[in-house]
Design a protein around this ligand. Structure first.
Ligand code: SR1
Length: 324
């Protein structure tokens, strides 16, 4: 619902904003996009969504198409630096305000850069891994390279492995339009090749779900613990299921983050954004916590952890946080 008494430039005809996504697939991006749409509607933004379905060439051409339409602003959600950065520069040079989420840029001049607090997210869940499994534990990583948040989380993983003398047995994984399903055979092979593994870090919930499935189908749930990132209704069901090996995750509320990105853009367009870098804080959640509190969905988790709503992050009197 559109809010009353919006300041310029939101007080006239709806502003045209393009949202150019690398992929809208999976629980995280579904909720993120719903949050972005709800916050856009509240601030009189007409949002056009482009979803490249993980095709990097298509995302580049989507961004070119968006620039050619001369919108009032562009949001770029994820993307590969080499294909997307030149088009981001093109948009900035054309005078179009640009905000990015989870995109690594070499030149951030004139761009609002947003992300989750990936380093503290990874640190939170990996501290739990070390606490549960001890130093020198045998561990595996299931992730992919070339995705800004996953690269940031891997940097922390590498530091934690070195600092605690963890024995990394494998690194596998990929991101696709069916990430959960596509990781099952990779992890199945890694588990069979590395029978001693005690803990797996899978820092993206679609990957984590694939890892959990592979652990279960190998009947290893009593031997292998899984540590993830992100949360959704479906994830909570997987984590709290009887005998689930997924014991901890670090997460934001993705809907609140999508809304937060749109608020950062709105503040920028109103000339009220004080910093051109915005980080959304996360919390670390254990399986024990969810079970103890009887939490079965994200709505209940928000009640238990109200900081997830981001009610104090990039807000103004005229721009309260809206949830998707
Ligand atoms: C393919 S990158 C996936 C990650 O990006 C998001 O920001 C989520 O946290 C997810 O883990």
């Amino acid at each position: 619902q559109k809010a009353e008494n919006l300041p310029a430039p939101f007080d006239g005809e709806p502003l045209k904003v393009a949202l150019v996504q690398q992929s809208g697939a999976g629980d995280f991006f579904t909720a993120w996009t719903a949050g972005a749409k709800a916050q856009a509607a509240a601030v009189n933004i007409d949002l056009t969504v482009y979803d490249a379905r993980n095709d990097n060439a298509k995302q580049a051409s989507d961004l070119e198409q968006a620039i050619a339409a001369k919108p009032d602003a562009i949001i770029v959600d994820h993307g590969q630096t080499d294909t997307i950065e030149p088009r981001v520069r093109e948009a900035v040079d054309a005078g179009i305000p640009v905000i990015v989420y989870d995109l690594a840029l070499e030149d951030t001049d004139g761009v609002v850069v947003t992300s989750q607090s990936d380093a503290s997210m990874a640190q939170g869940v990996l501290d739990q891994l070390v606490k549960d499994n001890g130093e020198a534990a045998k561990v595996g990583l299931v992730s992919a390279e070339g995705f800004a948040p996953l690269d940031r989380r891997k940097k922390v993983w590498d530091e934690v492995v070195a600092k605690n003398g963890l024995d990394q047995l494998f690194f596998t994984g990929k991101v696709t339009e069916s990430t959960a399903t596509d990781n099952i055979p990779l992890v199945d092979a890694a588990l069979k090749a590395n029978p001693g593994v005690q803990a797996i870090f899978a820092p993206y919930d679609e990957i984590t779900k694939g890892v959990v499935q592979a652990v279960l189908q190998n009947n290893l749930q009593d031997k292998v613990k899984v540590y993830g990132i992100d949360i959704s209704n479906a994830d909570i069901e997987v984590i709290t299921a009887d005998g689930s090996p997924w014991v901890a995750t670090s997460a934001t509320d993705p809907s609140a983050v999508g809304a937060g990105v749109v608020r950062a853009l709105a503040l920028k367009l109103a000339g009220q954004l004080t910093e051109d870098t915005v980080q959304f804080p996360a919390v670390t959640i254990t399986r024990d916590f969810l079970i103890e509190k009887g939490i079965t969905n994200v709505a209940q988790l928000r009640e238990a952890e109200p900081s997830l709503l981001l009610n104090d992050t990039v807000v103004a009197d005229w721009l309260p946080a809206v949830s998707g």
